[in-house]
Design a protein around this ligand. Structure first.
Ligand code: GLC
Length: 741
């Protein structure tokens, strides 16, 4: 009997100690663990290796280091996914002395199993709820597959479409980019970390990576502090305010110092001014790359500069693993820097519940059930169609009647599947992708005659198949062409000096258009392309980005009118490469162009208008909207007052639709020159035919504020112009507001 009493006392005391340990604040649990750790074990926590599916240049024969994991020399893995794999590798970590579980991270940029539209496409939806849901589904699938962490959202402002990574972000605008950054962080992380249907998010690439010189990836970034604060930092601050768990360094420099070794960014701004408590992971090998940059003399110097500057985890360069212990023992690196980094990493592991159950994300039945959830593709289809932008629709060529008799679909992207997934997907599965051809086939009446010709390839020079396509076009009542980039033409390390539609595709379009029949062009790409001939001669143009697995159904739904397109461009489309970098936030200058006929001594090009091919915020609908009755509750306010701006939006057409009403502001006189307009808010409004709604914005001091030359966030007394637009170049209403002292 005594034996059993002893056993039950032991079990109860074990239970109490476990529960009390779990009830201790996480910071106390971190401190207790840190006290047990050796220097090597601490360094292990900030060392991250990639699994076999490398997403960067494998610097040396980086085998799958299970031995290092078993000896506690690795704190995190990237590119290991699937419950079976993560369970196996986690088991290795639990053989280490202190049994500290690993973090598993991966680039879940626009979906894990269900591939969603690329982020730039989703930004064109201006639908924050849909964007958040897209990130939530991606997180739910990734977490079910054993992942704890996604290296997303990429929140880099992108104003240079030569840069291939513009596809990963939310476009050119500070307000829209910041709003989307928050939506994606909330989508990935849920209301709080620790749920097994959510993952840690990662705001990247810190910072200003989108401004690389000449649009060439990994290049230098040189800009004023004011431009950095006014334009490139706000989406990162929005992500931090939304509680993003981690940040990732950029590969680029900022004003001569690599971001990975930049303490202004990581210590002064992020962990100082913003009081950020998460951790910063380097980009793939970016610590080691400071040697190539000429900022570090060798890998050891790079490790010292990175840990000093605030880079908490080393992705794949092994600089911390190889040098940090010696640097600390030699007194060159302060162990407090290491302790701070390790504490930040361990805190997240506790938050995720990994110490309570290291396998809590490794549930095979949840993986199977989640990854086969049929709802996910319907959600993907919904945001895909909301991301489509109708650029042009002359003589109402669109929508096409499903009863059309003879329809010709022509172009290299008509039957493509892999391209529709875009770049940055964990693994391609084209069996899940609906091509445009399949989407159209599913829409037209059974008796219709659907004719297909590829016409040419995406990028080669041959026109050999033009005639076959022309012959089909001559027989057709409706011609739909699908042109654009291949999936491998945008994304990381995909900068292009020429962003015209590649190959012979525009020549093919001109040959088809020469038949004299109206042509509908669907463009698919990861960035703005230049297509002036198509823009001039096509009867209708639909920009369909790369819309993911449900692309074909979404595009066909728009072409045949099941869904009235509502997308608006999140990025400016230039007429020529010569206009780049380009965005809608232009300045009046001292010599503004007042008339296109008078550009003598004006801020203008002699060979092109200043205006883009398509402006930020542009997007048409199959219906029409009217804007009227603009009111301001107060025409002047003091700094702590607000004024309510309202107007009436009416659907004056015959079909239901959604309009993105955009609020722009100009500060015409300020202590630093301000752009002619800046987006300050927007509403996406659904309206039935004939329906009107009053749209309201509450104007606060914040709407009027900017970073001045001293980097202070200020609203200066004076007059402001408030504009309501259907696009940045389509202002419908405007009024004036005065900020009094
Ligand atoms: C890549 C990318 C980064 C990504 C990381 C891990 O080089 O720059 O965005 O998260 O490596 O794949």
């Amino acid at each position: 009997m005594k034996k059993y009493q002893g056993l039950s006392i032991l079990i109860v005391s074990l239970f109490i100690s476990t529960v009390s340990a779990q009830r201790k604040p996480i910071s106390a649990r971190v401190d207790s663990l840190m006290k047990l750790m050796t220097l090597e074990e601490k360094i292990g926590q900030i060392n991250q290796y990639s699994g076999r599916e490398a997403t960067g240049p494998v610097t040396r024969k980086q085998t799958y280091q299970l031995n290092d994991i078993r000896s506690g020399k690795v704190g995190s893995m990237l590119n290991v996914h699937g419950v079976k794999n993560t369970r196996e590798v986690q088991a290795a970590a639990l053989q280490s002395r202190l049994k500290i579980p690993l973090l598993f991270g991966m680039d879940i940029i626009h979906g894990y199993k269900t591939i969603f539209p690329i982020p730039l496409a989703e930004a064109a939806s201006w639908d924050l709820d849909a964007i958040r849901l897209s990130a939530h589904i991606a997180a739910r699938e990734a977490a079910a597959a054993g992942l704890h962490w996604t290296f997303a959202p990429m929140v880099d402002i992108g104003r240079d479409p030569r840069w291939g990574r513009v596809m990963e972000g939310a476009g050119e605008d500070v307000f829209l980019g910041s709003a989307i950054a928050k939506a994606r962080v909330y989508g990935f992380q849920g209301d709080r970390l620790g749920g097994t249907d959510a993952v840690m998010a990662c705001a990247k690439h810190f910072a200003a990576y989108g401004a690389v010189a000449a649009g060439r990836d990994y290049n230098d970034v040189d800009m004023s502090e004011r431009l950095l604060w006014d334009t490139y930092l706000p989406p990162f601050k929005a992500a931090a305010d939304a509680g993003v768990a981690t940040f990732m360094n950029s590969f680029s420099t900022l004003n001569g110092i690599p971001a990975t070794g930049n303490s202004d960014l990581q210590r002064h701004i992020l962990k100082g001014k913003w009081n950020y408590k998460g951790f910063v992971v380097s980009d793939w090998g970016s610590i080691g790359e400071m040697v190539e940059w000429g900022y570090a003399s060798d890998s050891s110097d790079a490790a010292l500069k990175a840990i000093t500057a605030g880079c908490d985890m080393d992705m794949q360069s092994e600089a911390y693993k190889r040098h940090l212990a010696r640097l600390i023992k030699e007194g060159k690196a302060d162990v407090k820097l290491l302790d701070d980094a390790v504490r930040r990493v361990l805190y997240k592991k506790f938050e995720l519940g990994l110490f309570d159950d290291p396998y809590r994300f490794c549930n095979e039945s949840r993986e199977q059930e989640t990854l086969s959830n049929p709802q996910h593709k319907l959600i993907a289809r919904d945001i895909a169609r909301k991301s489509i932008v109708l650029l042009k629709n002359e003589e109402k060529v669109l929508p096409v009647s499903a009863k059309v008799q003879n329809i010709a679909v022509i172009g290299p992207l008509v039957k493509s599947k892999r391209d529709l997934e875009g770049s940055w997907i964990p693994r391609s599965d084209t069996s899940l992708v609906v091509s445009l051809f399949e989407g159209i086939k599913g829409k037209i009446a059974p008796g219709s005659n659907l004719m297909y010709a590829k016409g040419c390839s995406i990028a080669d020079t041959s026109q050999a198949d033009f005639q076959e396509a022309i012959n089909l076009a001559k027989q057709a009542d409706v011609i739909i062409m699908a042109l654009g980039e291949s999936y491998s033409m945008s994304g990381e390390a995909k900068s292009r000096t020429d962003i015209h539609i590649p190959g012979q595709q525009e020549a093919l379009f001109e040959a088809i258009e020469a038949t004299g029949k109206p042509v509908v062009v669907v463009l698919m790409a990861g960035r703005p392309l230049i297509f002036n001939k198509v823009a001039r001669k096509a009867s209708a143009i639909v920009y369909a980005w790369w819309l993911g697995a449900e692309a074909g159904n979404a595009i066909a739904g728009v072409l045949f009118g099941d869904y009235n397109p509502s997308g608006k461009l999140p990025v400016t489309f230039p007429r020529s490469i010569g206009q780049i970098p380009i965005s809608y936030t232009q300045y009046n200058t001292g010599k503004p162009v007042k008339s296109p006929d008078d550009i003598k001594y004006k801020s203008a090009y002699i060979d092109s208008p200043n205006s883009p091919q398509y402006a930020f915020g542009h997007g048409l609908s199959y219906t029409k909207f009217s804007y009227s009755g603009l009111k301001l509750s107060k025409s002047s306010i003091s700094a702590n007052e607000t004024s309510e701006l309202s107007f009436t939006l009416t659907n004056t057409g015959e079909i239901a639709g959604e309009e993105v009403a955009q609020l722009y502001l100009q500060d015409p006189v300020a202590s630093v020159v301000r752009p002619l307009k800046e987006l300050k808010d927007f509403r996406k409004v659904s309206l039935k035919p004939g329906e009107s709604k009053v749209v309201r914005f509450t104007i606060t001091k914040d709407y009027l504020s900017f970073f001045n030359r001293h980097l202070e966030w200020v609203a200066e007394p004076g007059n402001f112009k408030l504009m309501i637009g259907a696009a940045s170049d389509d202002i419908k209403l405007e009024t004036a507001l005065t900020l009094v002292q």
